[in-house]
Ligand binder design. Structure first.
Ligand code: ASP
Length: 351
């Protein structure tokens, strides 16, 4: 990892507040947690003014608990970033932690050719509470979003999550803890940066655009006809058929055991075949929090492969969902979607 980069004092950041725990403080009258006004962000987090960046804020209305996040929010975020793209050096999105990994994954696919940082952060404790992790998370996210290299390019032109002093690629992230400050992990990919006394960037792993001068492409058409089937002992043919062959389903993410294994029973494989023959897109990701699918090791994996199931490699479910929404929104051809699923589009899989 290389040591931290110099931040230009003139960097400008758009801070986008969507909701979640981070933006809460205790209302002295109501004696309850209520969202605070982010236009006053420098008063609430005076540490930010020491950076001398220009920090503007944009607050979504209504603010939402991230359990209510829908693809429409991702489209609204993409719209906003597209509209303001040339006005800012980086974007920081404050978001509830519950679905942050889904949103960061989706946005990573929706923006192609990113030349500026889009950094998600949030907190486990509201910013108005003395032991909050929100201030640290916000300050680090802003510093990373503003960081430029010697040539004036963004150090991290990627969609990421910055949390508890670690910066991870958005489409590699998972929420793994509901009450610890280390809420997110990226088990299959090393962090892109770590914030200690200095912020140390893992520059070799950070993706760079092919052309720093062109504007990214914003893909805002999403097809959400995806189901997720988590395989478990005792799963019944009825449940498997309903999920795999449902008329409204265009794709199914199969969350399988270990290296991509599922029951070897005839009824199971024959339903998978039936779904595949109906044209459904079937994607295999592992239930394990680390490691990859390999359908060539065990007989059960081989039968899935021969039934037409696509290898999801070491993708998280969150990333697989965003990738499918995006690819299916781009084309009506399931064959094209299948071919693209096998490709590493935004650093989301290791092949
Ligand atoms: N339920 C909250 C949310 O995801 C939790 C949080 O922000 O940490 O919006």
């Amino acid at each position: 990892m290389r040591p931290d980069h110099i931040n230009s004092d003139r960097s400008s950041i758009l801070l986008i507040y969507t909701g979640g725990t981070i933006g809460m403080k205790v209302d002295p009258v109501l004696q309850a947690l209520t969202p605070f006004d982010f236009s006053q962000i420098l008063e609430e987090v005076p540490e930010l003014s020491k950076f001398a960046y220009r920090i503007d804020s944009y607050t979504f209305d209504p603010l939402i608990d991230s359990s209510d996040v829908e693809p429409s929010l991702w489209i609204a975020l993409a719209d906003l970033i597209e509209e303001r793209y040339s006005d800012y050096d980086g974007f920081v999105i404050l978001h509830g932690t519950d679905t942050m990994a889904y949103s960061a994954s989706a946005l990573s696919f929706m923006i192609e050719g990113l030349t500026k940082p889009v950094i998600f952060t949030g907190s486990q404790l509201p910013i108005g509470i003395p032991r909050t992790d929100g201030k640290e998370n916000l300050i680090s996210a802003v510093e990373i979003a503003a960081a430029k290299d010697d040539e004036g390019h963004a150090v991290v032109p990627e969609v990421c999550i910055c949390f508890d002093n670690v910066l991870i690629r958005g489409n590699r992230s998972r929420k793994i803890n509901s009450d610890n400050f280390r809420a997110f992990r990226s088990e299959n990919h090393p962090p892109l940066a770590e914030a200690g006394i200095n912020i140390r960037y893992n520059t070799a792993l950070i993706r760079k655009p092919e052309d720093w001068t062109s504007k990214p492409v914003f893909w805002k058409c999403l097809d959400t006809r995806v189901s997720i089937l988590k395989i478990h002992p005792g799963i019944t043919p009825q449940v498997v058929r309903n999920i795999l062959c449902g008329p409204e389903t265009r794709a199914v993410i199969l969350e399988t055991y270990g290296a991509g294994n599922a029951p070897s029973k005839d009824w199971f494989i024959s339903i998978v075949r039936e779904a595949s023959e109906k044209g459904k897109i079937l994607l295999n990701v592992t239930q394990c929090i680390a490691g990859s699918v390999n359908m060539d090791i065990y007989a059960t994996g081989k039968s899935l492969k021969s039934a037409g199931v696509i290898n999801g490699y070491d993708s998280t479910t969150e990333s697989a969902l965003g990738k499918l929404f995006h690819l299916m929104g781009k084309t009506e051809s399931n064959e094209e979607v299948k071919a693209e699923l096998e490709r590493d589009l935004r650093g989301e899989i290791s092949k």
